[in-house]
Design a protein. Structure first.
Length: 403
């Protein structure tokens, strides 16, 4: 109930974007976790071909975030969000209707490009729409995203009892509904000129911001460790309990924790010091979350709770901080490049974790702990050097002037 009350305090456009994220994650996790099984078992494709199809989808999204961010700044976030959801509707429908490699590759490209468009655009729209309440808005965003990540696999596993095509068409239908809702509800906003000669000028300006680039690299800890919710932690939960369903408990713990604690944590920390301090603290908690499984037993579920707690501490403030690195006219570009840089770094991190899982039982947990603590140290170092935006202090000054 607290979540819904907080949500109603925002404009209708923001409320729609929060529900949109619930739908986006529900539709995505309804389909994508089961895609490899469908390609291999139902369509008889080799592991290499399955890897190509999945890799094309991931590359289309991670590599093109910068395009979505720039389009958001140049064309307006509203149109980019709508176009992204429409493309994912088509992409997921192709997964349902096609069984040839060309069609499946087209589906992968379209669904990946869709994410590259609406992910930075949604965050840019949200950041520009909520004013000083960015931390609370992104905290709610995190709650709805986590809830969708739980609902999606549950709904997907139920629909697969019918067949994969039903699951894929349902996912496409969710994105179709979101597309229509955004077209009807999201108000258009005037696009302010960036002041540069073109898109390349925007990119050069952002890439010249060294503090921003170092911060994005420091976030490798957050993205790498967050991805272990789908790799290391489910595997550890299954091994510790001997029950395949234990992997689902990881997501259940996260959803319950988010609903109960996310807003309380963000509101409490927002008034207790600079944002970078809490980002570093959240990353440290995420790193320490990987130490309890070294003791054995069901402590892996406690680790999942700690990991979610660290995400809840850090993530809203990370999202709030990013627009502060540059001009408001380039908010989308900053989000886009942030996800490109941190996404590439996180991919390398995940490869290291995967190698460690094949090498030894304790090594992957230690690797994750080191990554989290190193990222926390990087953010703390940037903060001590005064290289990060002073969002907290600016918000306090504004509040005092209004009083």
């Amino acid at each position: 109930m607290r979540t819904w009350r907080e949500m109603r305090g925002f404009p209708v456009a923001v409320q729609l974007l929060l529900v949109n994220q619930l739908g986006v994650n529900t539709g995505f996790y309804l389909l994508i976790p089961y895609l490899a099984t469908h390609l291999g078992e139902n369509l008889g494709m080799s592991a290499a071909v399955v890897g190509i199809v999945l890799g094309v989808r991931n590359l289309s999204q991670q590599g093109l975030f910068i395009i979505g961010g720039s389009a958001s700044d140049r064309l307006g976030a509203r149109g980019v969000i709508i176009a992204g959801c429409a493309l994912r509707t088509v992409g997921f429908a192709l997964f349902a209707l096609g069984d040839g490699l060309p069609v499946l590759l087209a589906a992968s490209v379209l669904s990946g490009l869709a994410g590259a468009l609406f992910n930075p655009a949604v965050r840019a729209y949200l950041a520009q729409e909520v004013g000083e309440r960015k931390a609370e808005a992104f905290a709610l965003f995190n709650v709805f995203a986590t809830t969708g990540a739980l609902i999606g696999p549950l709904l997907g596993s139920a629909l697969l009892l019918v067949d994969f095509r039903t699951s894929a068409l349902t996912a496409a239908g969710i994105f179709a509904v979101l597309t229509v809702a955004q077209a009807l509800v999201l108000p258009a906003r005037k696009v302010e000129p960036s002041g540069n000669s073109g898109v390349l000028g925007d990119w050069r300006e952002v890439l010249a911001n060294r503090a921003f680039l170092v911060f994005a690299l420091a976030m490798v800890g957050m993205f790498t460790l967050e991805n272990q919710l789908y790799l290391l932690l489910p595997d550890g939960a299954r091994e510790a309990t001997g029950w395949d369903g234990a992997a689902g408990l990881v997501f259940l713990i996260g959803t319950v924790a988010n609903l109960a604690l996310q807003l309380r944590i963000t509101r409490s920390l927002k008034s207790r010091g600079p944002r970078p301090r809490w980002i570093a603290a959240g990353l440290a908690v995420m790193g320490l979350a990987f130490l309890p499984p070294l003791l054995g037993g069901p402590l892996v579920l406690f680790s999942a709770l700690l990991l979610y707690l660290g995400i809840m501490i850090a993530s809203p403030f990370v999202m709030e901080l990013i627009p502060g690195f540059g001009r408001p006219e380039l908010t989308g570009t900053y989000f886009g490049i942030f996800y490109v840089v941190s996404g590439i770094a996180a991919a390398v991190g995940n490869a290291v974790v995967g190698w460690a899982m094949d090498t030894g039982e304790s090594l992957p947990w230690l690797c994750c702990a080191v990554v989290g603590l190193a990222s926390a140290g990087g953010v703390a170092w940037l903060h001590r050097r005064g290289a990060l935006p002073r969002v907290a202090e600016a918000a306090e000054v504004t509040a005092g002037s209004r009083a």
